[in-house]
Ligand binder design. Structure first.
Ligand code: URA
Length: 237
């Protein structure tokens, strides 16, 4: 579902068969409500989650859906795949087909994966400009040392995309395990960054996105809806 915004008059013309001339009149008479309040402004902008009624009859009512999954290995972060099981296949919600993935994890990566039907929310979480931190625990084939910390902090040039990665945090947890914090999600970013050191990632687990940590009560493959407080607080500074 798109979270696109549209002007109320355009919405009424398309969804209530009210022609351009009558829209102003219908609005002025208070027959239209948005989220329970009479809407009279012809320039009013609504989105797909605005609850709109005309003469008490609902014209649009879509609920925001936000879900967290503890992603296991061997599952594709896609809504459809002709070969492998997808993260959608693991969900048990009757609305699961409406969901999109909010920041993919690779086939063998595990941990916190968010799914939503709210495009604006997803963009806020995944756009590098939003600077929402994603924290990962990464297992490496070879030992790591302090030189990795500067390299991650300084950014790395990725020729294919012609970008330099934004400063990334790296904390050494033990000789072959690091905690990595990214504010973006380039293709195979963590694997490629360790690849610069010829060091292979052997396990990759996402622990948190913004202020939201993976619910430890969820075993791999399990999911649950986010609470309203979790949704509101995820990207708060
Ligand atoms: N970086 C990767 O390389 N893989 C992931 O799954 C996530 C971040």
């Amino acid at each position: 579902m798109q979270s696109s915004r549209t002007r109320l008059d355009r919405f009424l013309r398309a969804n209530a068969n009210i022609n351009r001339r009558h829209v102003r009149e219908v609005l002025a008479s208070g027959r239209v409500t948005i989220d329970g309040i009479a809407a009279t402004d012809i320039n009013r902008v609504i989105d797909v989650f605005s609850h709109v009624t005309l003469d008490g009859k609902t014209l649009q009512k879509n609920q925001r859906r936000n879900v967290m999954l503890n992603k296991p290995q061997g599952v594709v972060s896609a809504t459809r795949d002709h070969k492998n099981k997808t993260v959608i296949d693991l969900l048990d919600f009757d609305y699961k087909e409406q969901l999109h993935i909010v920041g993919r994890l690779d086939f063998n990566s595990t941990g916190l994966l968010l799914l939503s039907n709210d495009g604006a929310w997803s963009r806020e979480l995944t756009s590098p400009a939003g600077k929402v931190a994603k924290r990962y625990t990464v297992g490496l084939e070879s030992p790591i040392d302090d030189s990795y910390i500067d390299a991650f902090q300084n950014g790395m040039y990725f020729e294919f995309e012609d970008i330099t990665t934004l400063p990334a945090g790296l904390k050494i947890l033990d000789s072959q395990t690091a905690e990595v914090t990214l504010v973006e999600g380039r293709y195979h970013q963590i694997k490629r960054m360790f690849g610069r050191f010829d060091n292979k990632v052997v396990s990759l687990h996402r622990d948190s996105i913004g202020n939201l940590s993976l619910d430890e009560g969820l075993v791999q493959g399990e999911s649950r809806e986010l609470t309203a407080a979790e949704v509101a607080g995820i990207s708060e500074a």
